[in-house]
Write a protein that binds this ligand. Sequence first.
Ligand code: 3H9
Length: 711
Amino acid sequence: MNNVVRVERQDEIAIVIIDKPPVNAIGQDVYEELMSAFDALQGDTSVKGVVILAAGRTFIAGADIKLLELAARGEGGRLYLHPLLEKIENFARPVIAGFHGTALGGGVELAMSAHYRVSTPDAQMGQPEVNLGIIPGAEGTQRLPRLVGVAAAVDMCVSGKPVKAPEALKLGLIDRIIEGDLRTGAIAFAREMALRPSHVKTSERNDKLGTPETNSPIFVAGREQAAKIRRNMTAPLAAIEAIQAAATLPWKQGIEKERELADACLKSDQALALMHAFFAERGVAKIPDIPKDLPTIDIRKAAIIGAGTMGGGIAMALVNAGISVILKDNDQASLDRGMAAIRRNYDVSVKRGRFTQETVEARMAMIHPQLGYDGFETANLILEAVFESMALKKQIFAEIDKIAGPDCVLASNTSTLDIDEIASATSRPERVIGMHFFSPANIMRLVEVVRGAKTSKEIVATTLALTKKLGKVGVVVGNCWGFVGNRMMFPYIREAQFLVEEGATPSMVDKVLFDFGMAMGIFAVDDMGGIDVLWRVREERKHLEKAGLRKPLMTDKLYKMGRLGQKTGAGWYRYDENRKSTPDPEVEALIVETARNADIPQRTITPEEIVERCFYVMINEGARILEEGYALRAADIDTVYLSGYGFPGYRGGPMWYADSVGLKKILQRIQDFQRVHGEQWEPAPLLRQLADQGRTFAQWDAEQEKRFASQ
Ligand code: 3H9
């Protein structure tokens, strides 16, 4: 019985349709049914051509990643498409693949074994395997360079970025763009091709493979690109090696090389971590008590209070998604500054070719700067983005409560403050929610969606739908101080500061963190965000600090010296006019002097200690957040860190990383640090429990999902 592949006929053309929602991923079922479909068609001489299409929203989006994940874990699941690809390529009559939506990974590989490819004008196609720590392992590294040339193949496999149909046509990945109905156009194309006496197999095309001389600089540049955009990752380098094999070896040997490299990547920890990250990101939208089909409010018009860096960035994110924005501030000068910053950011995008000038003008026209509340009454979303002061935020929420329409979502962009207390300033706490964007808000993908005690399900679902519309990842978190991201960030930055007080330097710590894979070292991050920001957050909480506990000493000092980071040209580092940083001997001397005055003994700090103290303290806090219920799953915490804090994807996020190190070892080191550094290293009960039982956070998540399902 055919469940996922069906064959239809239009006169002498057969149409093979893959129909496996949501994205037609190739699993064993699709593979087997395609095999039998092509077997049957081979014997049917009335068929003069075959068109492969997919039903629903997209052409095949790749091999089924769930299967690949099993294979990566060594639990079966390995999918070899080679016999199917051979069958298609050797088919006696022309086979044409028709793309729509996003044709990705194994989907493109399957299509490349066909004799021709056509596409809708707006489809995209690519080899994103590198995002999963693997390479195109179904002959993609061998066929892609044969169709598009070595340089484009290297770029597509290293960047993982899809190309749009017009570009694909130029490159030779597709043969025609079909305007109008894809099926009709693809059938007409098949009829045309059926008249040709023969059809070139991609595997036999060698005209675009270049020579060792022309290819050598391409591979060098590819490796440089990989080192830059895929730092520390093995898959992009393996993909280049496989493409190199395509360019130098006969077809069969090239395939063998690809298989060897693909298998090695699939068995790597990096692949496992990245596949975890893939499913973790998709899992965050699943909130146990909120049905998927719960009706949401369509956000078409938003009003933002505060035209500073955050407000401006959020305004850009909203208009980029087609939502018009009122941008309010208290005085004309702030408003002008905010609008000028937005204009500058858009100008950079135009220079980089991301947007055309017309697009930018249209987006600027969608932002309405103003001083008053005019028009707020018809907004579907009012979002406050002023600085972190509870008193100010409550005053603003009390004001907007009087103006907002009954269906409006009232959101705060607070990064640390109590959303319930903010909501208490309104008569409708059920409509209040936190939307914690990350700077620059038009670029960074993470939004922490802070669910207050009274926030309604409709408002949570609406906010999640909105983050998706903005192209962002919304992670629902509970209302604790700092939520998930910053609550874990503070112990991390605290330990980093303690380490420099004990003998490391900021650049030494940052280098270790960067080499670990973080997008930036923590001191560089602090300088970028502004040392005043951290200082202000600490001031707000000073009354809660426990007497006698060790506190970092340098933030206050740098703040008082006016060394606020990049914006003042000096913070932990010194900055030139291009914002390039250099270590500053003045700061290093000040740290030594501060430590001496505080009687902190100086010693040699190893890179290992830097990694352990910075990340284990973060993991310990993550375990606390989890057991207190402020994150639903360890995977949600991972997604926060992967999409908002520059944690390397190939380590899967802090909690996945903890599992990979082993919770027993982590607990033991935390206990060691507790003996030396005291109660700030008290192990989280959940961490202790899992370590004692030999379990992992991933297992805890699996049990958690079962609990959700039974509720
Ligand atoms: C590959 O092909 C290896 C080959 O080289 C070698 C093979 C031998 N598999 O993202 P969404 C699920 S590697 C399984 O929310 P969107 C996803 O989990 C693969 N499941 O939708 C989610 O499930 P749920 C190379 C998949 O519209 C649902 O589909 N391909 C797969 O925002 C909807 O996903 C890729 O890396 C899959 N391949 O974006 C492409 N893809 O509803 C990965 C999706 O239960 N996929 N799902 O949470 C994507 O980039 C996006 O999903 C796509 C749609 C752009 C397609």
